[in-house]
Design a protein around this ligand. Structure first.
Ligand code: ADP
Length: 262
């Protein structure tokens, strides 16, 4: 099974996965998640994390700002929350004797050859030294024109630049359904997708969750990108205990996007 053999794995953690209902960082999730990453590393696998959650962490740290919707305030909240986020990752990874490195990127960085090469070199160096890179969008410098906009696509860019062999998207949902399961109890989970065009015609895509940004549309876009490079992608429920371990053991848990055979 392709998933079990994956050696270079990018895991994207969505905002609603990393936070609790009250908007604070979900320590129980992070404990379990990081332990699973450590287990993968113990098996000789290499992992990059793409983590959302900076803005929510910012809001829950400094709740009293009233102009939270203004762009400069949003960016300021991200800069506050990014520290909180990384602090949580660092504390837990350090318990396992693992160091982390922070990488903040914008779309511009992937469109410039020199920058892309630098990103690649830094990722390779960190990984070679056993450090876990944690990637997020650089919200301070990101205005709409240069924004990737959602971490599903940031995950896809990162996977391609690094030459990863699997992208895992942890969301607040078990996978892609034929219609939004939040308001359709009859919604059916789709196990495997090998034709995204066909899937798009067949399913109905509803609103995202309150914390989420990209929703299903950006997940399909991310799948298109990595699949074009022959890399599979899986969408799974982040808060399911030991989900990564289950995925990497080849137990199907979510929606798997397989590249089309040439
Ligand atoms: P995250 O940022 O955690 O990845 P998002 O909120 O961006 O989460 O996207 C997941 C949400 O998309 C789900 O919680 C669900 O409410 C919504 N959604 C809409 N249509 C669908 C669909 N067809 N299948 C699955 N989820 C859907």
């Amino acid at each position: 099974m392709m998933i079990r053999n994956a050696n270079k794995i990018v895991i994207k953690v969505g905002s609603s996965t990393i936070t609790s209902k009250d908007g604070t960082i979900d320590k129980d999730f992070l404990d379990n998640f990081i332990l699973q990453v450590k287990n993968l590393m113990d098996q000789g696998k290499k992992v990059i994390i793409v983590s959302s959650g900076a803005r929510i962490a910012g809001v829950s740290t400094i709740g009293k700002w009233s102009r939270q919707q203004d762009i400069n305030y949003k960016q300021a909240l991200c800069s506050i929350g990014q520290v909180e986020l990384m602090d949580s990752y660092r504390r837990i990874f350090n318990k396992h004797g693992i160091h982390i490195g922070q990488i903040l990127l914008t779309k511009d960085d992937f469109e410039n050859k020199d920058r892309t090469l630098n990103i690649r070199n830094t990722l390779f160096t960190l990984i070679d030294e056993g450090v876990v890179p944690i990637v997020n969008e650089n919200d301070t410098v990101s205005v709409d024109e240069i924004k990737i906009g959602d971490n599903d696509m940031l995950g896809a860019y990162t996977t391609v630049v690094w030459g990863g062999d699997l992208l895992v998207i942890l969301s607040d949902i078990d996978g892609i359904y034929d219609c939004n399961p939040t308001d359709n109890p009859e919604a059916c989970l789709i196990d495997v997708v090998d034709d995204i065009d066909k899937l798009e015609k067949e399913i109905s895509i509803g609103e995202t969750s309150s914390f989420g940004t990209g929703g299903i549309t950006t997940k399909l876009k991310a799948a298109r990108m990595v699949n074009a490079y022959g890399i599979p992608m899986i969408v799974a429920h982040g808060k399911t205990k030991d989900i990564i371990t289950q995925i990497s053991a080849g137990e199907k848990k979510g929606t798997l996007f397989l590249p089309r055979k040439a």
